[in-house]
Ligand binder design. Structure first.
Ligand code: GRG
Length: 297
């Protein structure tokens, strides 16, 4: 019953997000087409749209319909897509594939991929600055500031820098926590805060949404690292997979798979109890915490 509800919720919100994202970028043939094709190639590559759905679900928990929140939802997904394009570049992870198809720089070349990421980042703020009917401009300004900080050097980019610096070193749990709460967590936390801020959530409600976002962000990254290791086990056997896992700044590397799974479960349970405290309109948030824990990809 619950699973069906979640599936239909995800399908309906993904469709809204998809339509809004379509309109959030210039058409592929707009001059100069190379950049717009590259931006669209990565934005429509089959992402789960978890972040924009979190913006909508947070807003719905505070009584807002999804439509006025779509610019903010799109802005977060544009930033997420930019971060993936840049993360895949030869100067960073040097990945050839993402979501099962060649990475942006493999198709369009390094320079265009770099610029496509830049253009998605700037477009995010152009989209977010459109003030939807019924939302006070001051709230939109606040949201712009929050998203900029979450994506910047003391948020997502800070996390990426510490992750790069940690490579090849034995990582402490303190460093791993910094990386996760910044590289992945700050954008997920911002989704919840943006949804709340733009829906006029009060201070207390916003504080609960923020804690939900922090729990979910960390659980999401731990689960991602567990899924990575399980994928490596399938590809290279248990010993080979564990050897690769040990060199990374992750919870499973620091604490082992069993403990990492347990912590992810606890974080999601805490997120669910925070969602429950927000009342029936937060049911999508409750269900999304279960989805993050049990996802297979
Ligand atoms: C390079 C600017 C820059 C930032 C780097 C967020 C980030 C920081 C890099 C992206 C790579 C990465 C592995 C981030 C960790 C978070 C994560 C698991 C991202 C993948 O998110 P999903 O699973 O992706 O939501 P989809 O494909 O569903 O959109």
């Amino acid at each position: 019953m619950r699973v069906t509800e979640l599936e239909s919720y995800l399908a309906s919100r993904r469709q809204l997000v998809q339509e809004a994202l379509e309109k959030s970028l210039p058409p592929a043939e707009s001059y100069p087409p190379a950049i717009h094709q590259a931006m669209r190639y990565s934005l429509f590559a089959g992402g789960k749209r978890l972040r924009p759905i979190l913006v909508l679900a947070a807003g719905e928990s505070a009584g807002s319909p999804p439509e006025p929140l779509l610019p903010a939802a799109c802005a977060v997904e544009l930033i997420h897509t930019y971060s993936l394009i840049h993360d895949d570049l030869p100067a960073m992870d040097n990945d050839d594939y993402r979501r099962g198809r060649p990475t942006c720089h493999k198709v369009f070349g390094e320079a265009i991929a770099l610029l496509a990421g830049d253009a998605l980042l700037t477009q995010a703020f152009a989209v977010l600055s459109q003030v939807p009917a019924g939302i006070p401009p001051a709230k939109v300004l606040q949201a712009i500031g929050e998203l900029a900080t979450a994506a910047g050097s003391q948020g997502m980019i800070g996390g990426q820098v510490v992750d790069m610096e940690a490579e090849g070193q034995p990582a402490t749990l303190e460093i791993v926590n910094y990386i996760h709460t910044h590289k992945t967590g700050s954008l997920i936390r911002a989704c919840l805060r943006l949804g709340g801020i733009l829906s006029g959530a009060g201070e207390e409600q916003l504080a609960v949404l923020t804690r939900y976002g922090e729990n979910l962000g960390l659980a999401f990254q731990i689960t991602d690292d567990i899924l990575d290791i399980e994928g490596d086990f399938t590809r290279m056997g248990k010993k080979g997979g564990m050897d690769v896992a040990r060199g990374k700044a992750t919870y499973p590397a620091c604490l082992g798979l069993k403990k990492a799974r347990e912590i992810a479960r606890e974080l999601c349970a805490e997120a669910q109890s925070l969602a429950l405290s927000l009342g029936p309109a937060a049911e999508p948030l409750f269900l999304l915490a279960g989805y993050v824990l049990n996802r297979q990809g």
